[in-house]
Design a protein around this ligand. Structure first.
Ligand code: PMV
Length: 319
């Protein structure tokens, strides 16, 4: 046992969204979700066991205990399961804005789960690593796998649904702020479920959108996947906004309008938005360069990152 491991993981963007937790203990989603893991953005995390206390450093800054509570709970679980001696020292870095709705928790907890497990000498399979990642952040369960990934309702772990080659696409991440988001996804979901008059409508609609999207993906129907992905995001945000949880800013709305204008002019481009103000545009590879230029000129969009379907979490230097 080396006691140390370095893992790489990518964020994912949910095409059909997870929003809302099942009642009761554990961190189980109330709706199914389907995502694509995104090469082009990444988290790199080193875990070393044997420290006197858990220490988590993210982007060069040591996190306060309150900020790293979920990471510590994950580490404690691995420690108990492995009988690892001591605590863990964690050093993690994202090459994209953290905690602003760019799914840093997904890649962060997927990389942490894999590095912590391997550094502790545990030979868990990907499903078990996904289950561990889910306990911290349900979307992280999906980043353990590459390509198109499904997290069924109430499931312990995500599962790969189709390889990246199933549907070639480009995700253009239109960054509308570098600031961290004001409301975390757990609090946003709780508020939606407690206060939104549309929470029930969302819980009823989400599985239907998911089923249609799954079918369209397996049929390789880009336009249908795009339409349903946009519908899922708008339904999720409508239910959240009705509870006073607004992740959007002015540039979010301008970017949505630009995507609609592209479509009206004949380019198949579709928008999705997570728990933050950035708009992610789904396009065919052949349209990516042109749509990227259009999105760069939208007022309030500071930059446009390009991502495409990629691999799941892995140890550095190992396939
Ligand atoms: O896993 P969390 O707690 O970061 O929640 C993710 C929620 C969304 O990103 C908005 C949707 C999703 O399915 O990833």
């Amino acid at each position: 046992m080396s006691g140390e491991a370095v893992a790489i993981a990518h964020p994912n963007v949910a095409l059909s969204k997870y929003w809302g937790k099942r009642e009761g203990p554990g961190n189980f989603p109330a709706v199914p979700s389907l995502s694509v893991t995104l090469a082009g953005l990444q988290t790199r995390t080193r875990v070393r066991w044997g420290a006197p206390a858990h220490r988590v450093v993210l982007g060069g800054r040591e996190l306060e205990p309150a900020e790293s509570a979920r990471a510590r709970a994950l580490l404690d679980y691995v420690r108990t399961s492995s009988g690892a001696f001591g605590h863990a020292e964690v050093e993690s870095r994202n090459d994209f804005p953290t905690s602003s709705g760019l799914a840093s928790s997904a890649s962060g907890f997927a990389a942490l789960a894999l590095a912590a497990v391997r550094a502790a000498g545990l030979d868990w399979d990907a499903s078990r690593v996904s289950d561990l990642a889910r306990s911290a952040s349900a979307s992280a369960a999906r980043s353990v796998f590459g390509g198109y990934v499904e997290l069924p309702v109430g499931a312990q772990s995500a599962r790969p649904l189709a390889p990246a080659s199933q549907l070639p696409l480009v995700v253009l991440v239109c960054v509308t702020t570098e600031a961290p988001k004001a409301v975390g996804s757990t609090d946003g979901m709780r508020a939606t479920m407690e206060r939104s008059p549309y929470a029930r409508a969302w819980l009823e609609e989400a599985p239907k959108i998911h089923a249609g999207l799954r079918e369209a993906l397996l049929a390789g129907d880009f336009a249908r996947v795009g339409e349903l992905a946009e519908r899922s995001a708008l339904a999720m945000h409508a239910s959240a906004i009705a509870a006073g949880v607004t992740y959007w800013n002015g540039a979010t709305i301008a970017a949505l309008a630009a995507v609609r204008a592209l479509r009206d002019a004949g380019t198949p481009a579709y928008a999705t938005i997570d728990a933050g103000p950035h708009v992610k545009v789904l396009v065919r590879p052949a349209d990516a360069a042109r749509v990227r230029d259009t999105m760069k000129s939208v007022a309030g969009v500071s930059r446009v990152l390009e991502a495409h379907p990629g691999e799941g979490a892995r140890l550095e230097g190992k396939p």
